[in-house]
Design a protein around this ligand. Structure first.
Ligand code: UDP
Length: 344
């Protein structure tokens, strides 16, 4: 089968592409405009899997380029990672988020409809829940959708669009609501890392907590801030459910199996059922790296809910997905080793 992976030059897409190449016989066509993605990630995939990986540099919302691509190859399924994904930025630039995360996806879905694509795996997010009622945590998929920032709203909109399309067409979809993804490939070895051939999170302007803290640990930043310590949580800082990138990648293979076996659509959370506060995460980064970098207290960041923890029961019940790296230290250690390799 041939899968079109949008945005797979990025962090989640590249790790998932690697897992799809290892665990299925799919051929992948990766499209990415390289605005936030990295050619290094594509090169690593092509190095390992040769002509099973084709790369086309293009915007996933470019109607003409999609027409050319879909006319040339029969695409069985789309795994759609391409998106703008920074919560704070979405508050500042809502139109840009709705353009990329909704309007461009409509162009992609129109191509899927015209060319009879059967499967669509969509990168959704815990942000669709907004600020869930504390009585509903760990949050289940049937909790009310009430995003509190344009990023979450844009992802919710596409979930609703997919629901409507699946009602009237053969397309079946799985929306995976990612919680807080972190860590680097567990396939990285010291040898691969020393040769610059590791897979992990490369970001041009990192904003995510673990990445920012690691950049402090390796000396790329002088220090960092905690955005708010007056939340109604155990230590006053926000709590998130951090999931290892390889477990998240594996959830896409499970989603594909689900689509092929069941012929129906579904929405699944992908997380670990428990969470850590910002302070706890920073402490673990300091312990693993052995560096006590400066941390300042700052005001709350717009659009941040106090607590987001996934119930993963539905994913476990309906697919063969089982988490393998549910351990904050493993997540941070893998990411730290990768971050160190980026220095050299
Ligand atoms: N955070 C922080 N300092 C930073 C980056 C993030 O205090 O430099 C906090 C952020 O306010 C949130 C949590 O860490 O409460 C997780 O944020 P991140 O951006 O990693 O993921 P999000 O949950 O927004 O997708």
């Amino acid at each position: 089968m041939t899968l079109l992976c949008t945005g797979a030059a990025g962090y989640i897409g590249s790790h998932t592409a690697l897992t799809l190449l290892e665990q299925t016989d799919a051929r992948l066509i990766i499209i990415d405009d390289l605005r936030t993605g990295f050619m290094e990630n594509i090169a690593l995939l092509q190095r390992g899997f040769g002509d099973r990986v084709e790369f086309v540099e293009m915007d996933f919302g470019d109607r003409n380029a999609l027409e050319t691509l879909f006319s040339r190859v029969q695409i069985d399924g789309v795994v759609h990672f391409g998106a703008s994904l920074i919560v704070g930025e979405s508050v500042q630039k809502p139109l840009s988020y709705y353009h990329n995360n909704v309007a461009n996806v409509i162009a992609l879905l129109e191509a899927c409809a015209r060319f009879g694509v059967k499967y669509f795996i969509f990168s959704s997010t815990a942000a669709v829940y907004g600020e869930p009622d504390s009585a509903l945590i760990p949050v289940r998929e049937d909790a009310p959708l009430a995003p509190i920032n344009p990023y979450g709203t844009s992802k919710m909109m596409v979930e609703l669009i997919l629901q409507d399309i699946a009602r009237i067409s053969p397309l079946r979809y799985v929306a995976l609501r990612y919680f807080n993804v972190a860590g680097a490939s567990m396939k990285n070895t010291p040898e691969l890392l020393s040769r610059g051939l590791g897979l992990g999170q490369r970001s041009k302007n990192a904003t995510h907590l673990i990445k920012v803290a690691l950049e402090c640990a390796v000396g790329k930043r002088n220090g960092m801030s905690i955005f708010g310590e007056d939340y109604d949580t155990s230590d006053g800082t926000c709590i998130r459910d951090y999931i290892h990138i390889d477990d998240l990648a594996a959830a896409h293979v499970s989603a594909l199996d689900f689509l092929r076996e069941n012929g129906e659509s579904a929405v699944f959370n992908v997380g670990y059922n428990h969470g850590y506060s910002v302070k706890e995460v920073i402490q673990v980064v300091k312990e693993i790296s052995g560096v006590d970098f400066p941390v300042a207290m700052a005001a709350r960041r717009a659009g941040d809910p106090a607590m987001l923890i996934a119930s993963n029961q539905k994913l476990k019940r309906h697919t063969n997905w089982q988490p393998k790296f549910d351990d904050l230290r493993t997540i941070v250690r893998s990411a730290y080793e990768f971050e160190c390799s980026l220095r050299s």
